[in-house]
Design a protein around this ligand. Structure first.
Ligand SMILES: [Zn+2]
Ligand SMILES: [Zn+2]
Length: 106
């Protein structure tokens, strides 16, 4: 941490920080500490929008479905009501081989 000393305008002595203030030990001059030494690093945490399939994908049932990506004939599947309730649910298929994901309407 870089420390830029400030000097007392009365006697020229280095001011020492004390409880948010800078004070002169010699003549008791004091002034509020400036905010120049505070560094605020902003780290933006961006959450991935991608669905996380790793972990619990092995628990999904499999079905015979041809992957449009690699031609594999086995895929995990799960039903999801994605649109209006009166519409039929969508079956999401995930290739067991390349993890390609596509949907199929029932
Ligand atoms: Zn002083
Ligand atoms: Zn595939």
């Amino acid at each position: 941490m870089a420390f830029n000393p400030e000097y007392c305008p009365n006697c020229g002595k280095v001011l020492v920080p004390k409880g948010g203030m800078l004070i002169c030990k010699k003549c008791k001059f004091e002034k509020p500490k400036t905010a120049t030494s505070s560094f605020i690093s902003k780290t933006e945490l961006k959450k991935s929008e991608m669905p996380i399939l790793e972990g619990n994908i092995q628990l999904l049932p499999t079905t015979n479905a041809k992957c449009p990506e690699c031609g594999n004939n086995l895929a995990y599947w799960e039903m999801k009501q994605t649109r209006a309730a009166d519409e039929s649910p969508t079956r999401f298929l995930t290739c067991t081989k390349c993890r390609f994901r596509w949907r199929r309407y029932e």
